[in-house]
Design a protein around this ligand. Structure first.
Ligand code: FAD
Length: 288
């Protein structure tokens, strides 16, 4: 199934994300988590692609396992360290496995690497074009309600999203955000710029204080006072923080659905219990 169908639907959709392990030793554990999350019957599941193109094989492998479990996978694919030949070969592997959905990304520069990374692709839009040329895939892309850190301005960032859409990107999934008004403002600016593909809201349930530090180091998220108070009070109490983080994410999701943002993607970080708690909190709402 092409995920654009459920993303465009008037019914609320809820999808989850898993990330592949860095080494084969952890593959079985990740597969077990993916299987547990799949048993929740999400609308689809995305499988990330290792930074700088590492762990590429596991993305395809985990996506195949999800297909076998009856869950539609979205395989992430990044182009920052890839040649065109390598991408074409990965695409034919995806096709042979029955993977129909790709989130086309540029990818971040590998840690410790300089700016001169081998690449035949500068931007995700170039990867999107290539995938569209090959054909047969539903292609999504990433977007940043608080602006991509390398962009000069929000307007420039939105212009580059316009190009991505012109190259064949059918929907955009957002970077995490913790204040829904930031998303609503962003969606308004997208529409004003003529970017009218569906936007999937990416929600991160923050279940421990360490995650906050990591989030702040990789993105420019503004953290609302309401959220910071929760972390201040419960950050050093793991079980309480988990409960509060799940409640905060649930509230965000209910507000999104209530305002007509029907497609929500949860950065479930290979944690089946977090995915299950959110799904359970929304059980009646998801009936549409
Ligand atoms: P692009 O769309 O290429 O944008 C990168 C920068 O270039 C932006 O500043 C943009 O404004 C600018 N730009 C784009 N096109 C043009 C143009 N034509 N002219 C001028 N400027 C332009 N990383 C991984 O390694 N693996 C993953 O699985 C992964 N999954 C992700 C999922 C989501 C939903 C998100 C939001 C991010 C994900 N990332 C992942 C991180 C992503 O790779 C990084 O944020 C990366 O820095 C940018 O990727 P992009 O695809 O958005 O790049």
């Amino acid at each position: 199934m092409k995920v654009i169908r459920c993303i465009k639907s008037d019914k609320p959709s809820l999808s989850f994300e898993v990330f592949p392990p860095k080494s084969t030793a952890n593959l079985a554990g990740v597969m077990a988590s993916a299987e547990e999350i799949a048993s929740l019957h999400p609308s689809y599941m995305s499988v990330t692609y290792g930074a700088g193109g590492s762990a590429a094989g596991y993305t395809a492998e985990i996506s195949s396992a999800l297909l076998a479990l009856g869950v539609t996978p979205v395989a992430h694919l990044s182009c920052i360290s890839a040649t065109k030949e390598k991408i074409l070969s990965l695409l034919s592997d995806f096709k042979a496995r029955g993977i129909e959905n790709i989130l086309a990304l540029r990818g971040d520069l590998p840690e410790g690497g300089g700016k001169e990374v081998l690449t035949e692709f500068r931007y995700a839009s170039e990867l999107t074009s290539l995938i569209s040329e090959v054909g047969g895939f539903c292609v999504g892309g990433a977007c940043y309600p608080e602006t991509h850190p390398e962009s000069k301005s929000s307007a420039a960032d939105i212009e580059s999203l316009k190009i991505k859409v012109e190259c064949g990107c059918e929907y955009l999934t957002t970077q995490m955000f913790f204040d829904n008004n930031i998303l609503y403002n962003f969606m308004y600016r997208l529409l004003r710029a003529g970017v009218d593909v569906p936007v999937v809201a990416g929600i991160m349930p923050v279940t421990n204080a360490l995650q906050i530090k990591r989030i702040c180091s990789i993105s420019q998220n503004s953290l609302p006072q309401r959220f910071l108070r929760i972390v201040d009070r419960y950050g050093d109490k793991p079980e309480v923080m988990k409960q509060a983080g799940i409640a905060y994410a649930t509230e965000q999701i209910i507000d999104l659905y209530a305002n007509g943002v029907n497609a929500v993607h949860v950065y479930s970080m290979n944690k089946p219990e977090v995915a299950a708690a959110i799904k359970n909190n929304l059980s009646e709402i998801l009936k549409g």
